[in-house]
Design a protein around this ligand. Structure first.
Ligand SMILES: Nc1ncnc2c1ncn2[C@@H]1O[C@H](COP(=O)(O)OP(=O)(O)O)[C@@H](O)[C@H]1O
Ligand SMILES: [Mg+2]
Length: 407
C-alpha cells in the first residue's frame, strides 16, 4: 500500500490526462506543472515529497537533463521518467547519466508508460523507507526565498521599465528591505537609465551566479542605486547569444536568495528566458496603455501565458497613462480580458522629467499622483492581503497532494 505522488511536467495540460489514463487513475490524482522550472519550484517550495516527475515530450532535452541534475542535488528521492513521442536516438545514455530513471516512447502505447512510472514509484518508495527525512524539498532555502515580481508587455514603449524601476524603488522605500531590479530586456534594457547610471557587469557575470552563491558574490555583480535598491543588468551586446533558460533560472534563484523583493523588467518576447522568469515569478504585472493596439497585445499575452499553464491568479493588470481621454476605460479592459485591473497609473510630465534627471519619480516627486499610484501598487505586494495569497505553488498541484493510494 503505497501513497505515491506523481506530477506530470510540461505542456499541453492534457498530458496529465494521458498519464492518468495510463495509470488508470483519475486526472486529479496526478499533479501538473507547466515546465521543468516550475517543477524545480515545486520541489523547493512543496510541502510533501514527490515520488515521480513524468516529463512530457514538450519538455526539451536540455531542460530535462537540467531538471535531472537539479533533482540529483535537491531531491534525490524523486524519480524522473522522460516521455518522448519518438525513439530517443542517443538520448538514453545521457539521460541515465543525468539520473533519469526511464525514457519511454509514448507511441509504444500506455503499457510501457505505466510500467515505467510504477517502477519509478516503487524505487522512490523504497528509497524513502530507507531515509528518515523523506525525499523532497530543500528546506534550507525556504527561509531566504524572496518574492519575484515581473513586469511584462509585448509592446514596446508602454511603460514597462518606468514601472519596474519605480515599483522596485517603492518596495525598498516601503519595506526598508533590500530590493533588486533585474533588467532581462536584454536587447533594449534601460533599467539603469532610469537611475542615471550604467550597468557594470556582463551577461556572463550575471549568468555565472549559480545556486548556492553567497551574499558577497551576488552583491559584487550588482550596482547599488540608492537606499536598499540594487540593479542587475548588462549593456546590450548584439553579438552575444541569448542566455539559456536554465542559466536565467539559476541567476534569478540566486538573486531571490539574497533579496526579499526582486522586480524584473522582463523581455518583450516569449523566449526561453522569459518563460523561465514567468515560471519563477510570484506575480506578473502586465502593462498596457489605453489604446486598442496595446490592449490587444495585453489580451494576447494573457492568453498565451495562461495557455502554457501559468495560473491566472499570478497576473496583475496595470493600466499606464490611464487618464488619457482616448475612448477606452478600465471597464473595457476588464471586459475584454476577463481579469480585474489592479492599478491605474496616470500620465504625468514628471515621468519624462525624472527620467531625464536619472531619479525615479517616486523619490523625486513622492507626493505626485503618479508616484502615489505606483506606491499603492507596491503596497499590494507588501500588504497582508497579498501575502496571504498563494505563492508559486499552482493550485492544481496543491490539491493533488492527497494523491492516489494503490493497493
Ligand atoms: N505614466 C507616464 N506618464 C508619462 N510618461 C510616461 C509614463 N509612463 C511611461 N512614460 C514615458 O514613456 C516612455 C516609454 O516608457 P518605458 O517605461 O521606457 O517603456 P518600455 O515599456 O519600452 O520599457 C518613456 O519616455 C517614459 O518616460
Ligand atoms: Mg524598457
Amino acid at each position: 500500500m503505497t501513497e505515491a505522488s506523481v506530477v506530470a511536467v510540461g505542456t499541453p495540460q492534457s498530458f496529465r490526462q494521458s498519464i492518468a489514463r495510463a495509470l488508470e487513475v483519475e486526472p486529479d490524482e496526478i499533479g501538473w506543472v507547466q515546465s521543468a522550472t516550475a517543477a524545480e519550484e515545486l520541489l523547493i517550495t512543496g510541502y510533501n515529497p514527490i515520488d515521480v516527475l513524468v516529463l512530457s515530450p514538450e519538455v526539451k532535452e536540455p531542460d530535462a537533463l537540467g531538471l535531472a541534475e537539479f533533482v540529483g542535488r535537491q531531491a534525490p528521492g524523486t524519480a524522473i521518467v522522460l516521455v518522448r513521442d519518438h525513439t530517443w536516438n542517443g538520448l538514453l545514455p545521457a539521460a541515465m547519466r543525468a539520473g533519469i530513471r526511464d525514457v519511454v516512447d509514448m507511441t509504444q502505447g500506455n503499457e510501457e508508460l505505466r510500467d515505467a512510472v510504477e517502477r519509478a514509484i516503487v524505487w522512490a518508495g523504497n528509497l524513502r523507507s530507507l531515509t528518515t527525512g523523506g525525499s523532497g524539498g530543500a528546506a534550507g532555502q525556504k527561509s531566504t526565498r524572496g518574492r519575484i515580481i515581473s513586469v511584462f508587455s509585448s509592446k514596446g514603449g508602454t511603460g514597462k521599465t518606468f514601472l519596474a524601476t519605480n515599483l522596485a524603488t517603492s518596495l525598498a522605500d516601503i519595506t526598508g528591505e533590500d530590493t533588486a531590479v533585474v533588467d532581462l530586456d536584454i536587447d533594449m534594457g534601460d533599467v539603469f537609465t532610469y537611475f542615471g547610471r550604467e550597468p557594470a557587469a556582463t551577461i556572463q557575470d550575471l549568468m555565472e551566479l549559480g545556486e548556492g552563491v553567497d551574499h558577497d558574490a551576488i552583491r559584487k555583480v550588482g550596482v547599488q542605486l540608492g537606499d536598499h535598491v540594487w540593479a542587475y543588468g548588462a549593456p546590450p551586446d548584439p553579438a552575444a547569444e541569448a542566455p539559456a533558460g536554465e542559466a536565467v533560472g539559476k541567476f534569478l534563484r540566486a538573486i531571490r536568495s539574497d533579496f526579499p523583493y526582486v522586480v524584473v523588467d522582463a523581455s518583450v518576447d516569449y523566449s526561453d528566458s522569459a518563460l523561465v522568469c514567468f515560471d519563477l515569478s510570484d506575480s506578473i504585472c502586465l502593462v498596457t496603455g489605453l489604446d486598442v493596439v496595446g490592449v490587444k497585445h495585453l489580451s494576447k499575452a494573457l492568453d498565451t501565458l495562461l495557455t502554457i499553464g501559468l495560473p491566472r491568479e499570478r497576473f496583475r493588470v496595470v493600466l499606464n497613462r490611464a487618464d488619457s481621454k482616448v475612448g477606452l476605460d478600465s471597464g473595457d479592459v476588464e471586459r475584454v480580458m476577463k481579469i480585474q485591473v489592479d492599478a491605474m497609473i496616470p500620465s504625468s510630465r514628471l515621468v519624462p522629467t525624472s527620467l531625464n534627471k536619472g531619479r525615479p519619480v517616486v523619490l523625486d516627486e513622492p507626493t505626485s499622483e503618479v508616484s502615489l499610484a505606483v506606491r499603492s501598487l507596491a503596497m499590494k505586494f507588501t500588504g497582508s492581503v497579498d501575502s496571504a495569497e498563494p505563492q508559486v505553488i499552482p493550485t492544481v498541484v496543491r490539491k493533488k497532494f492527497r494523491l492516489f493510494s494503490r493497493s
